[in-house]
Ligand binder design. Structure first.
Ligand code: NAD
Length: 254
């Protein structure tokens, strides 16, 4: 099931969190994985874990908001591993906080759009031409439940960027399908990563949050990784342009 052997997979932002779980699972399924991020020590740790279980991985650094960095990384990856078959544009996130829209600073707005929407565009721009030329490829982008429904206490710029990622994914799926390239998006919610720990949520809020998920628990990076594996593999060969909610049923977008 979900065999990725002979595939080269790049997972941006895989030095930790969801990206690291995706990189580990892809390597387990036989992919040669490019682990990417900004923290060299963390990348080396993910690479070592993959190598320990007999998997193959190379580290790559670079800022995903810089097209120059992405192009340089693509050159290194293609020289060492060959062309990328599976691209997971996972790097992203936000340092903003929920606040009234008129109080959001221009800098904070631009940072969220850059880190999430522009970075996803630039990552795709770098790797798509090769995929179209070869007539195959699977691209997975990363949205968020924040991009699936409006809420008064959301991170507005982050949510707008993630909704942008969704339509970018679908426009691209429409453009790239005739070239044999599939493009899908995952929208996770409340995933417990190293950065997003249960201890940070006040005890009294935890139960209410759990109750807001029909499946009555928070998500794990591995929950997202298994969804990414399906979309990366040929088992989803008739699936493109999909926004896959991985959220325990917390948001059911129609
Ligand atoms: P994380 O903060 O734990 O890891 C983010 C990774 O992206 C790190 O490796 C970091 O180095 C990298 N990164 C960020 N900006 C970068 C840049 N400009 N250049 C290069 N690398 C960069 O994040 P996570 O929680 O694992 O989230 C991964 C993705 O999933 C993000 O796109 C995030 O928005 C999305 N997401 C996460 C959750 C959640 O609950 N954790 C929920 C919804 C969506």
């Amino acid at each position: 099931m979900h065999d990725l052997s002979k595939k080269v997979a790049l997972v941006t932002g895989s030095s930790r969190g969801i990206g690291a779980a995706i990189a580990l699972l892809f390597a387990e399924q036989g992919a040669k994985v490019v682990v990417h991020g900004r923290d060299r020590e963390a990348l080396a740790a993910v690479q070592a874990t993959i190598n320990k279980t007999g998997g193959q991985a190379m580290p790559a650094t670079g800022d995903v908001t810089s097209f120059g960095d992405l192009e340089a990384m693509r050159g290194r990856v293609e020289a060492e591993y060959g062309a990328v078959d599976v691209l997971v544009a996972n790097a992203g996130g936000s340092t903003s906080r929920p606040q009234p829209i008129e109080e959001i600073t221009e800098g904070s707005w631009r940072a969220d759009i850059d880190t999430n929407l522009t970075a996803t565009f630039l990552t795709i721009k770098s790797f798509l031409p090769g995929m179209k030329e070869r007539g195959s490829g699977s691209i997975i982008t990363m949205s968020s439940a924040a991009g699936r429904r409006a809420h008064a206490h959301t991170l507005v710029a982050y949510a707008a960027a993630k909704t942008g990622v969704q339509i970018l994914t679908q426009d691209l799926a429409a453009q790239a399908g005739p070239y044999g390239v599939r493009v899908n998006c995952i929208a996770p919610e409340m995933i417990l990563t190293e950065k997003n720990q249960l201890q940070q949520i006040p005890q009294e809020q935890q139960q209410a949050l759990i109750q807001s998920h029909p499946l009555r628990r928070f998500g794990t990076p591995e929950d997202v990784a298994r969804a990414a594996l399906y979309l990366a593999s040929d088992d989803s060969s008739w699936v493109t342009g999909v926004i896959l909610d991985v959220n325990g049923g917390a948001v059911m977008a129609t």
